[in-house]
Design a protein around this ligand. Structure first.
Ligand code: FES
Length: 108
């Protein structure tokens, strides 16, 4: 059994050179909301869910992006409702949210 049931990484990278980055697309707000919801639903901790900051995950064109392990499910999101759905469906009930999955061809 893995230490965390689901380990979530949010890209919070910010670029100052004008290139696209997740920080320009609400990544920090999504991260903060996800942390809050995971804690509120008592999902956080060993055997549960861990939400971490990450640097660039090299899939910037789909930003903001997150990845959930061990399933290696990649998502993009627009607002807090999308985050709520990922928390409820995937992190709580183990069912990935198909509509928010990042298309496989999305890269940098
Ligand atoms: S800036 Fe977020 S994946 Fe590259």
């Amino acid at each position: 059994m893995s230490y965390y049931k689901h380990h979530v990484f949010f890209c919070l990278n910010e670029r100052s050179n004008g290139e696209a980055s997740c920080a320009q697309h609400g990544a920090q707000a999504g991260f903060d909301h996800c942390k809050k919801q995971v804690k509120a639903q008592k999902l956080a901790g060993v055997g549960g869910v861990r939400v971490n900051k990450a640097g660039c995950l090299d899939r910037c064109a789909g930003g903001p992006v997150i990845v959930v392990y061990p399933e290696e499910t990649w998502y993009t999101f627009v607002d807090n409702e999308d985050i709520d759905e990922i928390v409820e469906s995937h992190l709580k009930n183990g069912k990935p949210v198909e509509r928010l999955k990042l298309a496989p061809e999305v890269g940098r």
